[in-house]
Design a binder for this molecule. Structure first.
Ligand SMILES: [Fe+2]
Ligand SMILES: [Fe+2]
Length: 315
């Protein structure tokens, strides 16, 4: 049977093929142990439940590709896959991994070139050097890492895609408010605001985030990113005032302590980075939340959009 893309699954469909498994939780009820979690591919994600738990798949298998046999059922108003078999890939399986892995729908080379062009427009030589050196030293991770474990841009190439989208918005804002803000600081802040994620996330052999690193757990990407920037700036002999301004952007870009911010956004540029970051993460969560929803229907509740169900009005 041909493997169906998650975006095309509907109630009653048979599901047979390979998918990425994540958010695995083992639970117990009167019938015994069972597993729940998420299946994803390059077109979307769907919850699953697996009653015949036999211990072969565990929460340690987050981010792996597994074979699923089951069908689409409904639970709590949402479609889910009720699996009758879940197993690891074996040597006889013919799996096209690139068609399964959730990957940002973008040309990474073209985005990298675009960002290089943007770096060359930074007039301040110190900001320009910090950007250039940090991004070129960490090019491989920056271009391939997801931007999250879940929530938004949790896909291969997600970090560069998220940064690229923010840069496009920042360029427009910098033009609109050109007499009131420091464009160089804003652009540098956007380019580096999430760079700490490459030290925060632990990725598996497919490049998907499966866990946080020890540093990620203890410090988080805001502190890790600001440490990277300070270390590079000191190496380059950048003055302390610029380092502080840049650090404040990185430490404050989540806006509020309850969202993980370690400082208040104290400059207009820090406020803008925070607002664009939130804008892109919310729009992206909306786009992902409405994927696979039929025309004229509502999505599931989208957590980052205040649990609103979006209405799909375009096919
Ligand atoms: Fe962030
Ligand atoms: Fe971000």
């Amino acid at each position: 049977m041909e493997r169906k893309n998650i975006a095309t699954l509907s109630l009653g469909n048979t599901v047979e093929g390979f998918y990425v498994i994540s958010k695995i939780v083992k639970r117990t009820c009167v019938r015994g142990d069972y597993l729940t979690g998420q299946l994803s591919d390059n077109t979307g994600e769907i919850g699953f439940i697996y009653w015949s738990y036999d211990g072969s798949i565990t929460p340690n298998d987050n981010g792996k590709i597994v074979y699923i046999d089951g069908n689409v059922t409904e639970y709590g108003g949402a479609n889910q896959v009720t699996a009758v078999e879940i197993r690891h890939i074996n040597e006889y399986d013919d799996v096209n991994i690139s068609e399964i892995l959730p990957t940002a729908p973008v040309d990474v080379g073209a985005m990298g070139q675009y960002l290089n062009g943007v770096i060359s427009t930074i007039k301040d030589t110190e900001y320009r050097k910090i950007c250039y050196e940090i991004l070129s030293e960490n090019k491989e991770e920056f271009c391939s890492y997801p931007a999250a474990m879940n929530v938004h841009d949790a896909v291969i190439n997600g970090l560069i895609h998220h940064t690229y989208k923010m840069i496009r918005a920042a360029e427009c804002i910098a033009e609109i408010y050109k007499n009131c803000i420091d464009r160089d600081l804003l652009i540098t802040g956007v380019l580096l605001h999430d760079i700490g994620k490459i030290k925060e996330f632990s990725v598996n052999e497919y490049g998907l985030v499966t866990d946080y690193t020890e540093d990620g757990k203890f410090k988080g990407h805001l502190l890790l990113g600001s440490e990277m920037v300070r270390a590079k700036a000191i190496e380059l002999g950048v003055n302390e005032e610029k380092i502080k301004l840049l650090e404040n952007i990185i430490l404050s870009h989540h806006g509020k302590p309850e969202y993980g911010a370690l400082a208040q956004p104290l400059t207009l540029e820090a406020q803008i980075v925070h607002q664009i970051d939130m804008l892109d993460s919310r729009i992206t969560a909306g786009i992902e939340g409405i994927k696979g929803v039929a025309y004229g229907e509502f999505s599931q509740k989208i957590f980052s959009l205040d649990n609103i169900r979006l209405f799909k009005h375009i096919a």
